[in-house]
Write a protein that binds this ligand. Structure first.
Ligand code: PLP
Length: 368
């Protein structure tokens, strides 16, 4: 038996109990009418969580990184200029993925720990095909203002598609894809949605779909072919066609997790994440620790904290895991040894979890 962990790193988080129970239900075939109903319902709930009416909203059968691949491989035509706002590891990864799809990448580098500077992104190129940014940079704990980026692109009369990584944001902080002018976005299940890793909620609007690559290099992630898989209206009369075997157990689990989130209400879920994150950040500072992410742009669901001088960061993480069953994350990239990452995502965004992790850290650091 594996002892239960408190998963308080950058993901996966502990799933909502409803999402875990759903995994134990009888397995359905991927064309079973009961499963198709669950899939339709899941896509509908995803629209609510994304804040979109996009008909092409579905869970891709792979993790968040496949969402990133799908976003670029379906929208980048060879030679397209893609402006990527880079303020952490996942922005960096976007530049790699876009380049592999044949983009002429214009990376707008930011200091890690700071949000995306909308003016610099807009000034990077006069007419990009795509502008891409990470909403919640899990590597640094920073939130960027996607609403402002979308508004600025519109104000400029830009034709660029806005492509957004919302892996760590959905289910944790406000996301309003349509209001913000987001054309393509992807997420993951194992962060704030509180479901095990394995699916990538994805949404693409009409304008982006019309401009898509007809025969993308990826067969598996070809959105044109995936239409039939989710019974998209108008595609073969809404009939389901076999494309790949839907991971039916994972979709049932996502269905249950989304129902749990929407039952609580998105506003309440966001407020719960905000309260937990603020309490954690205040508690860490009370302990004399310093936060890494710039004030005013700190994510509540992922807190980055500087490792104090003279402390072995890996030893602290090991102690937390061995003695308290608590997993926290190391820093990312150049900050691997100087920053810890503490996630309060989904089910873990609760006052008792805050108290638990603060007490354990205080004990392990000998500060209490
Ligand atoms: C976790 C994460 C990803 C990658 O998702 P995987 O599920 O690990 O493939 C991409 N972007 C961000 C912001 C993430 O936090």
């Amino acid at each position: 038996m594996i002892r239960e962990r408190h998963l308080l790193g950058p993901g996966p988080s502990n799933p909502y109990p409803e999402a875990t129970s759903a995994l134990a239900q009888p397995l359905l075939g991927h064309l079973d009418p009961e499963f198709l109903r669950i899939m339709d319902d899941t896509c509908e709930m995803l629209r609510t969580v994304w804040g979109t009416t996009n008909s092409r909203t579905l869970p891709l059968s792979a993790t968040g990184s496949a969402g990133m691949e799908a976003a670029f491989v379906n929208t980048v035509h060879p030679g397209d200029v893609v402006v990527v706002a880079v303020n952490g590891l996942f922005g960096q990864r976007m530049t790699d993925v876009a380049a592999r799809c044949g983009a002429e990448v214009v990376a707008v580098e930011h200091e890690w720990g700071h949000p995306v500077d909308v003016d610099r992104v807009l000034a990077a190129h006069p007419a990009p095909a795509i502008v891409a940014a990470v909403h919640a940079e899990t590597s640094t704990g920073v939130r960027s203002d996607v609403a402002a980026l979308g508004a600025a692109l519109r104000a400029q009369g830009s034709e660029a598609l806005l492509l957004v990584d919302a892996v760590t944001s959905i289910g944790g902080i406000e996301v309003r894809a349509d209001d913000w002018g987001v054309d393509v976005a992807y997420a993951g299940t194992q962060k704030c949605l509180g479901v095990a890793p394995g699916l990538a909620p994805f949404t693409i609007g009409e304008r982006a779909f019309e401009r898509r690559v007809e025969e993308p290099r990826s067969w598996y992630l070809d959105l044109g072919m995936l239409g039939g898989y989710v019974g998209e209206a108008g595609v073969q009369g809404g009939q389901r066609t076999y494309h790949h075997t839907a991971p039916t157990a994972m979709v049932a689990s996502l269905h249950a997790g989304l129902a749990r989130v929407l039952d609580e209400g998105l506003d309440a879920v966001w407020a719960r994440h905000r309260a937990a994150g603020e309490a954690l950040q205040a508690g860490l500072q009370d302990m004399g620790l310093e936060l890494f992410a710039a004030e005013g742009s700190r994510l509540p669901q992922l807190t980055t904290v500087k490792v104090p001088d003279g402390v072995d960061p890996a030893a602290v993480r090991r102690e937390l895991l061995e003695r308290h069953g608590i997993e926290i994350g190391a820093g990312a990239g150049a900050y691997a040894a100087s920053v810890w990452r503490i996630g309060l995502m989904g089910r873990n965004a609760r006052p008792d979890t805050v108290v638990l992790v603060l007490a354990a850290l205080r004990e392990v650091l000998g500060r209490g």
